[in-house]
Each structure stands twice: as C-alpha cells, then as structure tokens.
Write a protein that binds this ligand. Structure first.
Ligand code: SF4
Ligand code: SF4
Length: 232
C-alpha cells in the first residue's frame, strides 16, 4: 500500500534532502496534517506527517481534530524541541516558562491536547534512542486510524545558549572499516573525510550519540574530556 509523507516548515524541512528523504511535499505552515489526510483519502495510502511543536500549536491542531472526526489513516509525528527554533527560539504554549526563568505563564501539554482530541494511539519518544524510536514509530504507523508520536528532544542550540548542554563530542576510532554508512545514511554535518578517512569535527559534534548507535563496527566513541586530539 505504501505511505505518503507530508512535511511542514521548520529545520526538519531539511529532511527533504538526501539521504533522509523524510518529506514528499510541503505546502505551507500547518498543512502537513490536513494535506496528509486529503492525500491519504485520495490515494488510499497511510499518511505519515511531520510537524514541529510550535507549528502544532499554531495551525496543526485543527487538522488533527479533523483527522479524528473523519477516521483518517494518519500518523502524525510531532517534533517537540521545546522552542520555535528556526525563527530565533521564541517560546510557545508547550514550553515550560518557569524552567526558562519566567513567571506568570501557564503550560499546555501536547500529550493532553492529543488525548483530549481523542487520538487512541500515542507514543512519546526520545529520538536519540534509535532502537526504541524506530519501534515506537513502526507501532504507530501500523495502527489503523489516527496515531501520534511525540519526539521530544530539546533544541541543542537553545540548550547551548542556556548553558544547559552537556554532551561530549565523539570521534572515529581505529576500529573504523571506512564503509561510510555513517556519512551515507545519517548526514550529520560534523562528519568529514580527510586523507580518505572518516572523521568527526568536535566543534560541530553535539555529542548526541546517534552515529555511535548506528556504526556496525562500534567504531565511534565519546571523546574523553581530557583528550585534546582532533581525531586519533
Ligand atoms: S559506520 Fe562506523 S565503521 Fe563505517 S565508516 Fe562510519 S565510523 Fe567507520
Ligand atoms: S554524536 Fe551526533 S552530532 Fe556527533 S557526529 Fe555523531 S551524529 Fe553527529
């Protein structure tokens, strides 16, 4: 039967590009939910739509209500990075403003909104945990009807600006077999090739550990704080 993957506007729109190919089309802000349902209805394919947290509050909720009301075949993946990153880290109703140091604001839980609309299948994942994330997304996609996956991970640039970022960079050890799965499948900009070898620029590596989980040779390791080497 196949799937159709509408995406929306934000940093995740870059997933359109190879090697990720996470989007089939993009129309306008908030369109991924409603357009996904329409394309699903017209083609008979399951829609797997992407939307960010702030866009969900801005214009995604009406589409999700419509999807539940009409029993559409939709999996909505809400990319919750706890900010409106692409336009400059503005807050949105799902941000815990007290934790940010501001008083006088409430907090709207995305889970509560999704459950309140009547979505029957909801999963919350930590997307840096690859195995659990893949299992949760497969489970949601297999659900016949409307399912939602909330992928929650703070924007690393926001964490850095708030001095909350703690990850150590990784490096490529001599276990590397140079088959380049990491570069060809992941597209992390910290990777580069020098003298025919795969390397990681520690200034660009946020220490998320995603590449290390995918390396079949277990060749990608965290750089200890005491190690100064660019790459061994
Ligand atoms: S996936 Fe691992 S072994 Fe393969 S090139 Fe990348 S670091 Fe080296
Ligand atoms: S740990 Fe994360 S940021 Fe660093 S190289 Fe690997 S995937 Fe890129």
């Amino acid at each position: 039967m196949g799937t159709i993957r509408p995406t929306d506007i934000g940093c995740y729109t870059l997933g359109f590009l190879p090697p990720l190919f996470t989007g089939d089309f993009l129309i306008c802000m908030g369109s991924s939910v409603g357009a996904g349902c329409g394309f699903s209805k017209a083609t008979g394919k399951k829609a797997i739509s992407f939307i960010m947290d702030s866009r969900f509050f801005h214009s995604g909720i009406p589409g999700l209500i419509n999807a539940v009301f009409n029993h559409h075949d939709l999996t909505l993946i809400i990319l919750d990075n706890q900010t409106t990153a692409m336009t400059g880290h503005q807050p949105h109703p799902g941000v815990n403003m007290t934790e940010m140091g501001y008083e006088g604001f409430s907090h709207v839980s995305i889970e509560s909104v999704v459950r309140g609309i009547g979505v029957e299948h909801l999963a919350v994942i930590r997307p840096y945990n690859i195995k659990k994330s893949i299992a949760a997304i497969k489970g949601a996609a297999a659900f016949c009807g409307v399912s939602v996956v909330i992928a929650r991970q703070n924007c690393v640039l926001l964490d850095k600006s708030l001095k909350k970022h703690t990850g150590n960079p990784f490096y490529v050890s001599d276990r590397c077999k140079n088959h380049r799965d990491c570069i060809n499948d992941l597209a992390c900009p910290a990777f580069f090739i020098e003298s025919g070898k795969v390397k990681i620029n520690p200034a660009l590596c946020t220490g998320c550990g995603v590449c290390a989980q995918g390396c079949p040779e277990h060749a990608i390791l965290p750089l200890k704080k005491t190690e100064k080497a660019f790459n061994p």
